[in-house]
Design a protein around this ligand. Structure first.
Ligand SMILES: [Zn+2]
Length: 220
């Protein structure tokens, strides 16, 4: 089974939107004028297309996202459900799942990284499949969550000072044939750290770093 959010996840968020259950509380304060997010007002609803994988087929599912507006300066902010990553159509479980299997393997190629049970998830309309270059881009994105990861690590160590997480992070090695530049090495390392931190975070706090932390740090 390929990793993906489900249609039920998306419908559940849509219901929360319709019942006015989405609050701005997890958003960071306005970066322009420092107004706290709890004072933000609902500005607009925008329909957003997501790609989920159902029985190896890539299908579109739609859901409204809520935009809030800062009353101080008028800047707008989107609240993202925890299955979404800004500017990505695939859902967070797909993005982290496929990326994790690539970064955690010693010798996997990007071509192999899209394969689940001997085939790649495909589009029902044509012969297209999930592209190896998409996984490459997802890793770039996940390698940038520096503030989220740093704070998650602090919370984990506060909760469990004896945790093996620092040893696990220190032991992490990216095989040399996976990168040609130092920048790529950094992205791969950042992504792999995120995968490790997320697993510890889920096990310790029973929630994902994407549920609140990533939003609080504006996905950085
Ligand atoms: Zn503002």
């Amino acid at each position: 089974m390929p990793p993906t959010a489900t249609l039920e996840d998306i419908k559940a968020y849509q219901q929360k939107v319709e019942k006015d259950k989405i609050t701005p509380d997890n958003l960071p304060p306005c970066p322009r004028c420092s107004v706290e997010s709890m004072f933000f007002k609902i500005h607009a609803y925008r329909e957003r297309r997501f790609l989920i994988i159902i029985e190896m087929l890539i299908k579109a599912a739609y859901c409204s996202l809520v935009r809030f507006k800062c009353p101080g300066c008028g800047k707008t902010f989107t609240d993202y459900p925890d299955f979404a990553i800004p500017h990505k159509h695939y859902t967070r479980p797909s993005i982290t799942g496929f990326s994790a299997s690539y970064v955690e393997s010693e010798d996997m190629t990007y071509q192999q990284a899209v394969i689940v049970d001997r085939s790649a998830p495909g589009y029902p309309q044509n012969d297209g499949t999930l592209a190896p270059s998409t996984i490459h881009r997802w890793i770039t994105t996940l390698g940038r969550f520096t503030q989220t990861c740093r704070t998650a690590l602090i919370l984990l160590l506060q909760e469990n000072p004896g945790s093996s997480i620092c040893r696990d992070l220190a032991r992490l090695i990216i095989p040399q044939r996976k990168y040609k530049t130092n920048q790529r090495k950094k992205q791969l390392t950042g992504c792999r750290q995120l995968v490790i931190i997320e697993a510890f975070f889920q096990a310790t706090f029973k929630t994902s770093i994407f549920t609140k932390l990533a939003t609080r740090f504006a996905f950085s």
